[in-house]
Write a protein that binds this ligand. Sequence first.
Ligand SMILES: [Zn+2]
Ligand SMILES: [Zn+2]
Ligand SMILES: [Zn+2]
Ligand SMILES: [Zn+2]
Length: 502
Amino acid sequence: MDEKVEEKSSEDNCKAYEIGCIKDLGKFLIAKKKIEAGDVILVDSPVISGPKCTKDEYICVGCCKTIDDEDQRCLACGWPLCSADCPSLTVHSAECQILKLCPTKAGDYFSNDILMILRCLLLQTTQKDKWGVIISWDDHLQDKNTSKDFLKKIQEKCTFIEEIYIKPLKAQEKISGKPLLPRASKDVIQKVCAILHKNLMECDNRQILYPLASLLEHNCLPNCLEFIQEKNNYNIIVKAVTTISKGDHITLSYTNILCGTQERRRHLKELKDICCFCQRCKDPTEFNTFLSAMICFGTEEDACKGVQLPQNPIEENPKWICNKCDIKLPNKDVLKFVHHLNKEVSKELKKNPSYDEVNEFMGKLQLFLHESHYLVNKVKYQLIQCQENGREDEQLKWCQELLDIVRKIDPYKARLGLYISTLLTKQFESKRELLLQSFSPDQKENSLTLIKELRNILTENKDLLTFLCKFNDEESLLKKNSEHEVILREWLMEQSILIDFN
Ligand SMILES: [Zn+2]
Ligand SMILES: [Zn+2]
Ligand SMILES: [Zn+2]
Ligand SMILES: [Zn+2]
């Protein structure tokens, strides 16, 4: 434990969390008292921030805006800069002196993770208090759970920085006598590399390190939601989305929870060298959603058609077993096959296919994958978005299937609020279409069930969007929902149908 935890002020006493620490897991936040859904747990300001890592675009090293003209560069170091008057130019001035030691040519790929490491190292001369915070963290390089791939990645970055920037810098410092980086040994660089790799968070074009929020643990069923305020210096607000009992870990999710367990765990490993052992990761059925389930081919004599699931999903190479026959699949074969199908899905959806083509493709996928496999769901979601007259029944069925799944994997709407809202909007539009088709003024009572369903969808969506608006700026969706409500109410009035809306 570092000093930060031990120095308890009166302010600390009213905080809802405290910092816990376990060997091989590191620091995390834990609820000091019962926390209710909607409570703000903490507000935190960045220690450092900078452009995110991307090979697809140029991002200004000052203000982090995307640059359209790739020739817009800093005249001194050649890194992307929106203009000589960039409002955040000052953040770049110190690192520019190091970056210019290795002039870049047009078309170079700018490795923003290297930039962030240099920016962080420079805090030791530019902002000593912030440097103190970062360097006091544990880098976990010695932990038994730290993977070889992660160590290799860190060492490669470190060697690159030493060779390209630190060596020429030291030579220059010898001449000038003014050290820019007093502490730049291999150990220090490695430590900064590892801390940044594990703790940076992303928002828009930025990656940001927070002194507290970066310590929040990952869980595939998180109990909190984070909201980064671009308009307020990128401060982060962390709110509870469900009741958190005293002693529970406070968690966020750092991966796409619509994906199956193997894909999430692969992503987390690569992103932050995290091994997740949450409830969902341990459950082969992923809360009975069957998001990763494969169809069993059986043998030549017996096609089986049972469901293959990993026996113990948190093992490195779990065995896949069938619920009907004895056939077992090696994990690497399943991974390879799913990887292949994933590529096929992306390829198919990029082709701008017709509704029927996508539908046929989804049928083919279901020969191999369970009907609620996450890749099938991805295609289903695409089909739901299409405006396809006469297919309302089909689309409604899929909407319902996807809603059932997301309610299981994200019951507190911590991650998928917008996804759910989109489904509810589509559900409303399709049902309204069905109502208009089947409505007969002489037999209004036959439509009452459908009308009530429509009202309930609007109410659910309104509640959801109001909840999301508290965290984020989703007002346009809320407006659309209100418009739907107004139109439905007017129509009901025209038809002299009385329905209570509240
Ligand atoms: Zn700029
Ligand atoms: Zn520069
Ligand atoms: Zn998990
Ligand atoms: Zn089988």
